[in-house]
Design a protein around this ligand. Structure first.
Ligand SMILES: Cc1cc2nc3c(=O)[nH]c(=O)nc-3n(C[C@H](O)[C@H](O)[C@H](O)COP(=O)(O)OP(=O)(O)OC[C@H]3O[C@@H](n4cnc5c(N)ncnc54)[C@H](O)[C@@H]3O)c2cc1C
Length: 326
């Protein structure tokens, strides 16, 4: 049965990979379409031309779910995950001792999930069409598309909504989810910044988070690399600026917040996460069409955490498997 079925998954973030991995363990051979050049989605690391690197999306993960804990243990065993112990300014800030990061970049955390999976990178799905109880998946390289028995969409809710315009009942539910943007600064200094912190979070104000990327394990130590995240309200306000303007503005905020002179820089760039952090999640692990040929999920189902995206992907895999049995 499993060998004869075809399953398309849109997105090689944590959700899509967790789904594909579990389906594979059940004997299915899902195919993932991913528009970017690597796996991991918002759990991403940007490498600049001069070699410096920044984890500009998800900063670290924690693990409570037993399956996610097992994945982290496997990644640790493989050497693609490690613990991060940043020093911080405020000892009362809740910072647990179990922050894990990917090695040498964040996607290392999900590497074990990708083993043996057919992943088409650089392949944006440009359209999906229902063909009775199956799905035609179109990409730029294949505008006529291929037919699949099941379709799993793991893009952020607004992007899933756009792809699934022909499914109004799913679209109405997706409209209820809200996701806030996050503007980011990546900056590398030639000399270490004269501050005692490696990471700091704020619940109010213009900045939400700063972290010394170079304090994470197995990062290049040739420069002092920092990632700065703006608060949701600041990000919303400046979302349409270009990336250079975003970087300049965030650098000023960073400087005034730390209250120090900044040394010379070898790299500075900005990034827009238009759909970054879910504030009103769906409240259940995934959505499915009435005929159980379409499944939609991601971190926006239960909340803005890597672990929730993993749980959504696993729940979808179980539902897809059930849909073939019933
Ligand atoms: C700035 C920031 C900081 C964060 N910090 C943390 C943190 O510290 N800890 C934590 O646990 N979580 C954090 N998160 C949240 C975490 O990154 C997400 O919860 C998680 O990565 C979401 O995984 P996902 O698979 O649901 O979605 P994504 O990672 O967004 O994956 C979806 C994938 O679908 C692909 N895609 C979309 N449309 C198409 C298409 N048409 N065709 C092909 N591919 C497509 C995308 O390229 C992407 O790779 C942070 C997020 C951001 C943005």
């Amino acid at each position: 049965m499993a060998a004869k079925t075809s399953i398309a998954i849109i997105g090689a973030g944590v959700c899509g990979l967790a789904c594909a991995n579990l389906l594979r363990s059940e004997g299915y051979s899902p195919k993932i379409f991913e528009k970017s050049r690597g796996i991991g989605g918002r759990m991403a690391t940007r490498r600049a031309k001069n070699g410096v690197a920044f984890d500009h999306g998800a900063q670290y993960v924690t693990a409570r779910n037993p399956d996610f804990k097992a994945l982290m243990a496997e990644a640790m065993q493989d050497g693609s995950a490690g613990y991060w112990y940043p020093s911080r300014i405020d000892p009362n800030t809740v910072m647990s001792q179990d922050w894990m990061v990917g090695l040498p970049g964040m996607s290392g955390l999900v590497k074990p999930l990708a083993n043996g999976i057919d992943i088409r990178l650089h392949t944006e799905v440009t359209g999906v069409d229902r063909v009775s109880n199956s799905w035609c998946i179109r990409t730029q390289m294949n505008p006529n598309g291929d037919i699949f028995d099941r379709l799993v969409v793991t893009a952020p809710a607004p992007q899933a909504r756009a792809l699934l315009a022909s499914e109004p009942s799913i679209g109405r539910v997706l409209d209820r989810v809200s996701i806030e943007p996050c503007l980011a600064l990546m900056v590398a200094f030639d000399d270490p910044l004269n501050v005692k912190i490696d990471a700091q979070r704020w619940d109010s104000g213009d900045l939400a988070w700063v972290a010394r990327n170079s304090s994470k394990p197995e990062r290049d130590g040739s420069a002092d690399c920092w990632v700065v995240h703006a608060s949701p309200s600041w990000s919303e306000k400046y979302l349409e600026l270009d990336r250079d303007e975003i970087a300049q503005k965030l650098l000023s905020l960073f400087k005034s917040t730390l209250g120090i002179d900044l040394p010379s820089m070898s790299h500075m760039s900005g990034h827009k996460w238009r759909y970054a952090l879910t504030t009103s999640p769906l409240g259940k692990p995934f959505l499915e069409s009435e005929d159980k040929s379409l499944f939609v999920g991601g971190d926006w189902c239960m909340g803005a955490r890597v672990e929730y995206a993993f749980e959504s992907g696993q729940a979808i895999a179980s539902a897809v498997t059930d849909s073939f049995r019933n």
